[in-house]
Design a protein. Sequence first.
Length: 382
Amino acid sequence: MKEKSFSCDRATMQWSLFLLLLMGQCVFITCQLYEYHFIKEQMSWDEARAYCREKYTDLAKVFDLTDMRRLQDSAQSQTEAWIGLYNITGGANRRWHWSLPGKEYTENKTCWRDGEPNDGAYPENCVRKKDKWADYSCTSKFPFICYDEMMKDNKTFHLIETSVTWTQAQNYCRQHHTDLASGLDQIYSEEFKKLLNSKDPKVNLWIGLFRDSWRWSDGSNFSFRYWDMNLFNDGLNNRKCATTLLERSGRWSSAGCDQRKPFFCYDDKLILIRENKTWEEALNYCRQKHHDLVSISNPHQQRWVQERAKKASTPFVWLGLRYSCTLDLWFLINDNRVCYERWASGGKTEDCSTYVAMTTGGQHEWVSQKKNETFNFICIKH
Ligand SMILES: *[C@@H]1O[C@H](CO)[C@@H](O)[C@H](O)[C@H]1NC(C)=O
Ligand SMILES: *[C@@H]1O[C@H](CO)[C@@H](O)[C@H](O)[C@H]1NC(C)=O
Ligand SMILES: *[C@@H]1O[C@H](CO)[C@@H](O)[C@H](O)[C@H]1NC(C)=O
Ligand SMILES: *[C@@H]1O[C@H](CO)[C@@H](O)[C@H](O)[C@H]1NC(C)=O
Ligand SMILES: *[C@@H]1O[C@H](CO)[C@@H](O)[C@H](O)[C@H]1NC(C)=O
Ligand SMILES: *[C@@H]1O[C@H](CO)[C@@H](O)[C@H](O)[C@H]1NC(C)=O
């Protein structure tokens, strides 16, 4: 499937859609949900953050490699620039993250070996698994299991028997598959177990779990890290703010926060409206005060929207997606055909009076809801 980005301008989108449908393709026409801005002026990290918060939303945060490419595309020079990541020093500030963007870590004691995680003589920030999990030094070498969302060779998981460091394993998986195996749903799946049991005796393997004390300026828990391992050595220096090295394909490094550098801000196009309205009221509200009710046409957008949905006061938020009885078709209100779907099982009802909402907890899947229900909703700004 192809992805094309266009401006949010309605006429352009309709015209583009018309052309693409003529070509008979199912295409995502993406109206960007956030924008990066490169600011050439040199500032300390704190000054840069204040600037971004005043003019835009915050210093740039990066969800995945797609974001990283967009960030680089918005740069106007090949230099080193601040991003919104900083280190909270002090041992108790480390947090576990799954390597795969969008997977949320929830504590589950039963997965760990007795007495783990426990650090050692040095901090142990990466996780290996045999039957149960143990934290281990990230520079140790083990085989590993990659997750492949495209199901290369009809397999979701690929066992790589070469022993490498955790970061090398992550790089390999991101290059050849999707990422290191991440999340309980993957690691406790039948297919994963079968792969693990095919090794006799059982071996220790890296899984996609790591911890660090780096945080995003706006408080989100995005787990994506893109360190330049030749320059960066977490634990050996005291440089607490992160930069992107635009001349080194955007890889990240750390620097003293009071150094002066250009920087990236991000501007969020989504606003959560914490008012309870019916779908029609929500649509009118968004069209009058902003641009439109948000619709989702790819997994990347789904992830940005779900971050926002978490902060709603209702169990669902309305999405700009409805069913047309006349056309017998689901469509997005921005006139796109629905090419990406994220229905909860049993959540899809093809009834004339149903509209679509996302659950604000759990997996953030979609469910049909009656039009007289009232929920919070998310508008997209101009
Ligand atoms: C914890 O993980 C085990 C698998 O080891 C799983 O069966 C159980 O449902 C999980 N518990 C929670 C609360 O997620
Ligand atoms: C993948 O699996 C499907 C059915 O599960 C089968 O029809 C197809 O031939 C398989 N493809 C390959 C490349 O093995
Ligand atoms: C990030 O994770 C922490 C702890 O796991 C949690 O308390 C916090 O609410 C999360 N923040 C967001 C924005 O989801
Ligand atoms: C980040 O903070 C941790 C302590 O939480 C520390 O061990 C590590 O050295 C710091 N990293 C850098 C690059 O300063
Ligand atoms: C919206 O409804 C939720 C319950 O579904 C309630 O907790 C919340 O206070 C309501 N918000 C407003 C602004 O009425
Ligand atoms: C919506 O209408 C249905 C009947 O069509 C009714 O059962 C339901 O209670 C109504 N819900 C609200 C929130 O008014």
